[in-house]
Ligand binder design. Structure first.
Ligand code: GNR
Ligand code: NI
Length: 172
């Protein structure tokens, strides 16, 4: 068994994070390979989700695993929100593309999502709790939206400055 290569995760404020993804045309070998690399990248980074946008692939594909044991991978291709609960809750979020930053975001507490799985089969997912939050966070990425855009311009600018400085110091 050979290890799957991981991918580089784009970091805010990289402008490519604001690209709107296009639908996946066919769940073929290319997409299956991408799914495996995205899962390896998510697990290596200890994330609970990853959107293709974050690895500079602008197609509607996300992977998620909110299980404690990290053994319940979920693949959502061309996901669409069918229903979102009017009830919302503010919860602490982080993002692999915004390392070290955590802040509150208001989200629907439950969603029903229509998507294709890794075999190209249509399915409907009813999610609540952390899974619902994660799916909404990932679907925002596919629309070119990063969670810091829900924060005040002041907070967002502080985050931008902090990450650019960290990047400069790392590159030096
Ligand atoms: O790993 C992640 N944790 C997380 C925690 C609270 C709300 C959302 C997330 S998603 C994030 C991984 C990531 O950046 N996905 O895009
Ligand atoms: Ni994210």
């Amino acid at each position: 068994m050979t290890e799957t290569d991981t991918l580089t995760i784009l970091r805010y404020p990289d402008p490519r994070l604001h690209t709107v993804a296009r639908p996946v045309k066919a769940v073929d070998e290319r997409i299956r390979g991408l799914i495996q690399r995205m899962l390896a990248t998510m697990y290596e980074a200890n994330g609970i989700g990853l959107a293709a946008t974050q690895v500079d692939v602008h197609e509607r594909l996300i992977v998620v695993d909110v299980s404690e044991e990290r053994n319940q991978p979920m693949v959502l291709i061309n996901p669409e929100i069918e229903w979102a609960s009017p009830e919302t809750r503010k919860g602490e979020e982080g993002c692999l593309s915004v390392p070290g930053i955590y802040d509150g975001v208001e989200r629907s507490v439950a969603v029903r999502v229509r998507a294709q799985d890794g075999d190209g089969n249509a399915r409907t997912i009813e999610a609540e709790g952390l899974l619902a939050v994660c799916i909404q966070h990932e679907m925002d990425h596919l629309m070119g939206k990063v969670f810091v855009e829900y924060l005040s311009p002041l907070k967002r600018n502080r985050i931008k400055t902090k990450l650019l400085k960290a990047e400069r110091e790392h590159t030096r």
